[in-house]
Design a protein around this ligand. Structure first.
Ligand SMILES: Cc1cc2nc3c(=O)[nH]c(=O)nc-3n(C[C@H](O)[C@H](O)[C@H](O)COP(=O)(O)OP(=O)(O)OC[C@H]3O[C@@H](n4cnc5c(N)ncnc54)[C@H](O)[C@@H]3O)c2cc1C
Length: 405
């Protein structure tokens, strides 16, 4: 039986070890930390959103052809089937799948239990500090105090997302210089700015849309002392971070009334300023208290150039237009972004053109990459874990097949 070394006992490494062992190979899982799956436990605020009913290439960035082929081989049903076999009960909410227990620990637990049942050796506290390709095409890995050799090597070492930035991806494997690897940048993270309104709106959570670089996302916005956050901001952050890196100007447009079209807001404002309706005596502050969170009102009024004690009935058409603009098209200049530690994933990693559909490096047979080591990143909604588990399962099975052939 041939040996497969797997570097990294996170989501994709655990899946790779299970699938390789089930396919008849002898994997060894090597984990730097004192336990497997530490990041997995933090996912989905401890609830682990592990896949999604809506699976489409448009939910991912990086090699669209590659991701289309991947999704053809690993669908939502495949992911649910894999975990169902492991004994995980799942539940769905708005297309997002979570463990039925609502606890990420259940996901890690069924993965670890399967590894134990398959008798896969797991080396903990064993950071891989060096790896190389041997003259016979096998692989050597220095893990902690041990040197291990394997017929295949699966790199499932993740990314700096949720942690600090590393010296450079794969600095411990010099031969990977032959592969095209895009440097990592944070993704699914907050965006910073300094418009002068941040301290006023700090702590507000409200429904809103954000549009940046041609993409619009709607959901709960979180307005912070440093900038803007929340799932809609995370969804557009990947492109914004890359643009900032290129020194391109980035402006996010915020819509604080996304469920009301511009004309509807105009109608609401016109009606409110109609003295016959009895609302005309209201101040702007009083009117907006019925529409927005309190701490957002001074920000909107300041942007519109209006005082809070102005009576609604006295607004000119121009002033109504400015208010509508501030509510529906609040431009926010983005000047920075959350760090790797504050990010849920990264953009960057091994270019998909370097890999075949089994996640094997075209230039180094027997070497595989999974999860966040690959330059594919998904949106919020379980897409990154879906990719991590699927890439691990495919790579583990392929490594075993090739070795047994
Ligand atoms: C706070 C947070 C919440 C998230 N929530 C979600 C969510 O709800 N849904 C979703 O789809 N995605 C979520 N993600 C993203 C998801 O966790 C990752 O995409 C996924 O874990 C990637 O799997 P991976 O196997 O590539 O890497 P990881 O799960 O990070 O595993 C990598 C493993 O490799 C080990 N390792 C690294 N270097 C070495 C080395 N040199 N030697 C040995 N071991 C090494 C690490 O210790 C780690 O255990 C979240 C991320 C964060 C940070």
């Amino acid at each position: 039986m041939k040996k497969i070394l797997i570097v990294g006992g996170g989501a994709s490494g655990l899946a790779a070890a299970i699938s390789a062992a089930e396919a008849g190979a002898a994997p060894v899982l090597i984990e730097a930390r004192e336990q497997t799956g530490k990041k997995l436990l933090k996912t989905g605020s401890g609830r682990c959103n592990f896949t999604n009913a809506y699976m489409d290439p448009d939910r991912y960035y990086g090699g669209p052809g590659f991701i289309r082929s991947f999704l053809g081989r690993f669908s939502t049903e495949d992911c649910l089937g894999f975990f169902g076999e492991l004994g995980l009960l799942a539940r769905e909410r708005d297309g997002y799948y979570y463990p039925y227990s609502n606890s990420a620990a259940s996901v890690l637990s069924v993965l670890n239990a399967r590894l134990r049942a398959l008798q896969v050796p797991v080396l903990m506290n064993s950071p891989v500090t060096h790896a190389s390709v041997l003259p016979d095409g096998c692989f050597s890995v220095k893990a902690g105090e041990q040197t291990l050799t394997g017929d295949s090597l699966i790199i499932s070492s993740g990314s700096p997302a949720g942690a600090d930035a590393p010296a450079g991806p794969f600095s411990w494997f010099p031969e990977l210089k032959v592969l095209r690897v895009t440097p990592y940048l944070p993704a699914l993270t907050m965006l910073y700015g300094s418009e002068g309104c941040e301290r006023v709106w700090d702590g507000v959570r409200c429904r809103g849309s954000v549009t940046a670089l041609g993409r619009t996302e709607t959901g709960e916005l979180q307005l912070l002392a440093k900038g803007i956050s929340g799932i809609p901001v995370f969804q557009v952050s990947r492109m914004a971070v890359r643009a900032l890196q290129e020194n391109e100007p980035v402006t996010a447009e915020l819509d604080f009334m996304p469920d009301y079209g511009s004309e509807e807001v105009r109608r609401l404002l016109t009606e409110a300023s109609d003295p016959d309706r009895g609302t005309g005596t209201k101040t702007l502050e009083e009117l907006l208290r019925g529409w927005l969170p309190r701490k957002l009102i001074p920000v909107i009024l300041r942007r519109a150039g209006l005082f809070s004690d102005r009576e609604v009935s006295g607004l000119s058409g121009k002033e109504t237009g400015s208010l509508r603009e501030a509510l529906k098209h609040f431009t926010y200049r983005v000047t920075g972004n959350g760090s790797f530690r504050e990010a849920q994933t990264v953009s960057g990693g091994v270019d998909t053109a370097e890999l075949n559909d089994d996640f094997e490096a075209r230039k180094i047979p027997g070497l595989y990459f999974t999860g966040e080591t690959v330059d594919i990143d998904g949106m919020c909604g379980g897409y990154n874990l879906h990719f991590a588990f699927g890439s691990g399962i495919i790579a583990g099975k392929a490594a075993a097949r090739e070795l047994n052939a």
